[in-house]
Write a protein that binds this ligand. Structure first.
Ligand SMILES: Nc1ncnc2c1ncn2[C@@H]1O[C@H](COP(=O)(O)OP(=O)(O)O)[C@@H](O)[C@H]1O
Ligand SMILES: Cc1cn([C@H]2C[C@H](O)[C@@H](COP(=O)(O)O)O2)c(=O)[nH]c1=O
Length: 244
């Protein structure tokens, strides 16, 4: 029986790599399928992984109807067995419902991949509907790590070196070295454990804290303006030792 599976994790945990691997494995066994994505960092109609692999994909626009697309391909004689759906957090709730219908009424497996929550730690609409409707939600085995060594659970947005919690939900971007003072407004992401997400303690803020202990607390507070940060002071700058 076909399944709707949601493979989820933080940014940079290997979702797109797994999507490409699953497509490869199914195709290697002679199964026919379609690959979809939306707003991939590499551009339109491409599914790309940070490991360097990429392949063409169908771009999911707001108006795309998965049911219609699948019916159209079936009418042309395709015996579709699976759909790969990357960046599924950006799909609409209606599109996720169409995917569930494709599974139930056409017996086609749907493998969706995406992050659950945005930079404010709030669910994306597509992810919410997937969690509500999927047969299985599977967390990826390879965990992205916070700078402290703990498993990363949250996606922080960093603009001009500062973690922000307000702004548009969708801003396509990559994880990377935070570069404060960049000439133009630069949006980057950093994965953090909940503890450091709640304290807005990015790797850059932690480095500044360790370089300028208590007398410069005001400077650090300006970088990470949260009461909880001041309360926890410089002790947060020490990366966790393995197994700690
Ligand atoms: N140079 C590298 N060597 C080995 N693994 C890498 C390298 N660069 C990236 N990766 C792996 O790729 C993962 C990111 O894969 P990707 O599919 O792009 O993630 P996601 O789609 O979840 O954002 C990283 O967590 C890491 O495991
Ligand atoms: C947290 C967050 C992320 N995004 C964007 C940034 C990336 O383009 C994708 C995630 O891609 P990945 O393959 O999982 O790294 O989502 C966003 O638009 N808004 C956010 O809050």
């Amino acid at each position: 029986m076909a399944e709707l599976v949601f493979f989820s994790g933080t940014m940079d945990c290997g979702k797109s790599t797994l999507a490409l691997q699953m497509e490869h494995n199914h195709r290697a066994r002679g199964h026919d399928g379609l690959v979809f994505t939306r707003h991939d960092r590499a551009g339109e109609a491409v599914l790309s992984s940070r490991l360097g692999l990429a392949r063409e994909a169908l771009e999911v626009s707001d108006g795309l109807d998965f049911w219609d697309v699948v019916v159209e391909h079936a009418t042309r004689g395709r015996d579709l067995r699976f759909l790969i759906c990357d960046e599924a957090q950006f799909y609409t709730s209606e599109q996720v419902e169409q995917l569930a219908r494709v599974v139930d009424e056409m017996d086609i497996d749907v493998y969706a991949f995406g992050i659950t929550a945005d930079f404010r730690a709030q669910l994306f609409p597509g992810s919410r509907r997937l969690i509500e409707l999927a047969d299985r939600v599977s967390t990826l085995q390879v965990e992205a790590l916070c700078w402290c060594g703990r498993t990363a659970t949250h996606n922080a947005r960093v603009v001009d070196g500062q973690m922000v919690v307000e702004g548009d939900q969708v801003v396509v971007g990559d994880v990377g070295e935070v570069t404060p003072g960049a000439p133009e407004s630069l949006v980057e992401y950093e994965v953090l454990c909940r503890r450091h997400y709640m304290r807005r303690m990015t790797s850059y803020a932690a480095r500044v804290t360790s370089q300028h202990p208590l007398p410069f607390e005001a400077e650090v507070s300006a970088l990470c303006p949260l009461p909880t940060l001041a309360a926890h002071g410089a002790t947060e700058s020490t990366p966790r030792a393995a197994g700690e």
